[in-house]
Design a protein around this ligand. Sequence first.
Ligand code: COI
Length: 359
Amino acid sequence: MNIRFEKAPYTLKVKPEDSKLGFGKYFTDYMFLMNYDPEQGWHDARIVPYGPLSLDPSCTVFHYAQEMFEGLKAYRTADGNIQLFRPMKNIERMNNTNKRMCIPQVDPDDVLEAIKALVKVEKDWVPHSEGTSLYIRPFIFSTDCHLGVHPSKTYLFCIILSPVGSYYANGIAPVKIVVESEYVRAVRGGTGYAKVGGNYAASLIGQEKAEAMGYAQVLWLDGIEHKYIDEVGAMNVFFVIDNEVITPALDAGNILPGVTRDSCITWLKNNGYKVTERKLSIDEVLTAAKEGRLNEAFGSGTAAVISPIGELFDGVEHTIINNGEIGKVAQALYDNITGIQWGRVADTYGWVEPVCSAE
Ligand code: COI
């Protein structure tokens, strides 16, 4: 793919201190753009100065939300390299989402090339401190200008970059989660498995309720019986019951197939843990907790990495998990998955994708 580079005609931004990063607050100097139309397919790949996009108010994305996004990270290793973690898994998921949203397929090799090219240009933005990384946010949206409800014929593909620290303000400290009893995030046949803004828009009301009650996120239950666990706001979820690691199965199509989720399952199975993907009801979890059989719970996600859950509130009872402390399984996953990402643990899975030297 031919990627045009347009140099910024002004002085570049001052980079924030690593200690101030948080999540998704700062953006780098450049972004990647590429257009789609039926005549030319994906075309005009370019890296241009980061800045506002000019869009017609009738642009269909504003009205009918035909869009998708992804999230992955670039890491700076101790031996001076910049690397990605399983980018092809994100790109594969991107095309699965595109299919559901009637967005044209992208060429996986072209997308990987675009991500690498942009990260290479912005390599000085990959932060240095432990626990930090450069978050990569590819997204595609419809750009036709009309009010009819049809798939758009034209699209814009963008990649923006944001240096990040922890997703949660308290880092890897256990989070408090509230079980959502009123709203649902996804239904069978819907878009739950796809990475689309609409899923997150539907979740905001629950998130707002949770935050008002002093909780970090919502535990979503299935949209039919309101009984089975789906996922947490920005993460997949795992429960350790009687030393068996259980996570909701993907087959109902209402759970995001997380890259970190898949990495956790693979690492655990390879390291002798019993891991089961199945339907798991909230009652089973709360009963196990009452009987002292719920060993730990944690979320997984690109942004959140591994996030222990210290408390579950179902609207009646407050269930404290593992004394509100990080459990052994979550700690082992955190150490090993982030170890591979930051180049401290040997990558025996072929998960790391080198980008360039940090020099
Ligand atoms: C991610 O983990 O990359 C996500 O996209 C979750 C969230 C920030 C929406």
